[in-house]
Design a protein around this ligand. Sequence first.
Ligand code: ZN
Length: 72
Amino acid sequence: MSRPTRFEEFRWLGDKRTQTVHDLDAITDACRLDELMAAETYLAFGPDTLVEARNRCYKPCRHCARAAEDAA
Ligand SMILES: [Zn+2]
């Protein structure tokens, strides 16, 4: 799974439907990012950090964001 070109400059991508945040540096097929792009229910964070995503009540994706969460 490759990073969506429109999010080249971002690392963290939120899914508004599930309040899940994905790590685009570690994205997996299980994240269903193609489906999320099609649904257009995503958002980026400012600043582009996992801490900011968490502050907005987004949960780290269990497929891609777990490693980053463990490191935090
Ligand atoms: Zn994910």
